[in-house]
Design a protein around this ligand. Structure first.
Ligand SMILES: Cc1cc2nc3c(=O)[nH]c(=O)nc-3n(C[C@H](O)[C@H](O)[C@H](O)COP(=O)(O)OP(=O)(O)OC[C@H]3O[C@@H](n4cnc5c(N)ncnc54)[C@H](O)[C@@H]3O)c2cc1C
Length: 426
């Protein structure tokens, strides 16, 4: 039996929406604050991607707490009422609320929680519990940890490790835009998702007259926000999904991709209308859509960037641009587990840590000291996992597991989609 004393029972690392939801529900369940270590100096949510007009793709009802505890004081409704903006907000009749308003809501909620800004956790070691290090010093010891580190931009292999002038990450576009000259020169956006669409719009609005939007899929797929698509974002589906064999889960996640990674209809309409009106007005052709292209090689010479694209129909083509904006998706941020601890964690055949039912990792001392992960369980818990939709449900599940009681009851009883029974004999 360990006699180790702990500074904290549980620590959360990363103050994105996932861990803010957890901290809110944790406090609601036990009255004690959950320390959240955040590397940013203050509240920030995908700050570099706050392009003008950006909208949330999720209903504000799916805030940090309401789906499991609608009376919690950190609901979006409480935020918007206490900010004095509720009437203006309602009168603006948003179909989808500004992303900026959601970011402000997160900042407001964080202000009511124990978020320790400017505290990057660089290393977590096993020491009869967890020792957390950052900036070369011990930050504290904890019995359990919850990682909510989010994602970082994915840089296609051919662009990685070789910075070329004119290649811009999507999250740098907003700050770089005012300094970009040569707006009649070709500017290519790589990536056919929502961020790619927002970059296309930002370039068009900034007066670029030869914007080329390049994506790997055969079309710029809209976000499927239909009722059947939203059946995948329900606790009842989550239970069904997690009982499926792994190969089936992977196949379903790939089939359901556009319910999460598609482009909002409003952004697509805006893009098509911008092109139409510009051609009507000036006869210019400011935008080309280039689906079915995968950039596989890149070279830079004399201010021009040349890309070799593999075509979805076979064959290849070359594209030249002055600027290339990379909006090629995101990947999970690495877990800062030190070598010895990492070796105690069970990995699946793809080399990723195995995530169990309550979002904890399967590892050697998991019975006494739990490592929970948020936003890393797409293939075990479903397409909802990287999303905001079931944020509070996942957080509630972690709180219930931490306290070993049903602190929050998850209810989803009115269903009429009957998923096939995976246990029926073949
Ligand atoms: C631009 C954009 C818009 C999106 N819009 C939507 C949407 O409308 N609807 C939807 O469902 N999903 C959306 N998503 C997807 C997803 O819901 C968000 O990415 C969401 O922010 C994920 O929450 P998170 O808490 O897991 O991660 P993040 O929000 O990325 O937060 C992680 C936090 O951890 C901190 N951190 C990382 N490493 C450390 C460390 N070592 N020590 C301390 N702190 C650390 C980071 O600084 C960050 O603050 C969007 C994604 C992007 C990129």
């Amino acid at each position: 039996m360990s006699t180790r004393t702990f500074d904290f029972d549980t620590v959360a690392i990363g103050a994105g929406p996932a861990n803010l939801s957890l901290a809110a529900l944790y406090e609601g369940a036990c009255g004690t604050r959950l320390p959240v270590f955040e590397r940013n100096a203050g509240p920030a949510w995908h700050e570099g991607l706050m392009l003008p007009g950006a909208r949330l793709q999720t209903s504000w009802v799916k805030d940090l707490v309401s789906l499991v505890d609608p009376r919690h004081e950190l609901s979006f409704l409480n935020y918007i009422v206490t900010s004095g903006r509720v009437y203006a907000f309602l009168n603006a009749q948003f179909d989808a609320i500004p992303r900026l308003e959601y970011a402000r809501y997160l900042g407001w909620a964080a202000g009511h929680l124990d978020v320790r800004y400017g505290t990057a956790v660089d290393r977590v070691a096993y020491d009869d519990g967890f020792a957390l290090y950052g900036g070369g010093r011990l930050l504290g010891r904890a019995r359990h940890v919850v990682f909510g580190l989010g994602t970082r931009p994915h840089v296609p292999a051919c662009f990685a490790g070789r910075p070329l002038p004119g290649v811009i990450l999507a999250e740098q576009l907003m700050s770089r835009l005012p300094g970009l000259t040569g707006r009649a020169d070709p500017a290519v956006v790589v990536g056919g998702g929502q961020t790619g669409a927002e970059c296309v719009l930002a370039l068009l609005r900034a007066g670029f007259t030869d914007v080329q939007w390049l994506g790997r899929r055969h079309w710029f797929a809209p976000l499927d926000d239909s009722p059947p698509a939203n059946d995948f974002y329900r606790p009842s589906y989550l239970s069904f999904f997690s009982g499926l064999p792994e190969t089936t889960r992977r196949r379903f996640v790939s089939e359901q991709a556009t319910t999460s990674d598609g482009v909002s209809m409003s952004s697509l309409q805006e893009i098509y209308r911008a092109e139409y009106e510009e051609r009507l007005q000036s006869g210019a052709r400011p935008l080309s859509l280039l689906p079915g292209r995968d950039v596989v090689a890149v070279a830079g010479r004399g201010g021009a960037i040349t890309m070799r694209c593999r075509l979805s129909t076979g064959g290849q083509e070359f594209r030249e641009a002055r600027y290339v904006v990379l909006a090629a998706g995101r990947e999970a941020a690495p877990l800062p587990l030190d070598g010895e601890l990492a070796e105690m964690v069970e990995l699946d055949e793809t080399g990723e840590p195995v995530v169990e039912q309550h979002y904890s990792l399967l590892w050697k001392h998991g019975d006494q000291h739990r490592i929970f992960v948020q936003n890393r369980a797409r293939f075990t818990h479903g397409i909802n996992d990287p999303n905001l939709s079931l944020l509070s449900v996942r957080a509630a599940c972690i709180v219930n597991a931490l306290f070993e009681r049903e602190a929050y009851r998850i209810r989803d009883e009115h269903t009429f989609t009957h998923w096939p029974d995976p246990h029926v004999p073949r």
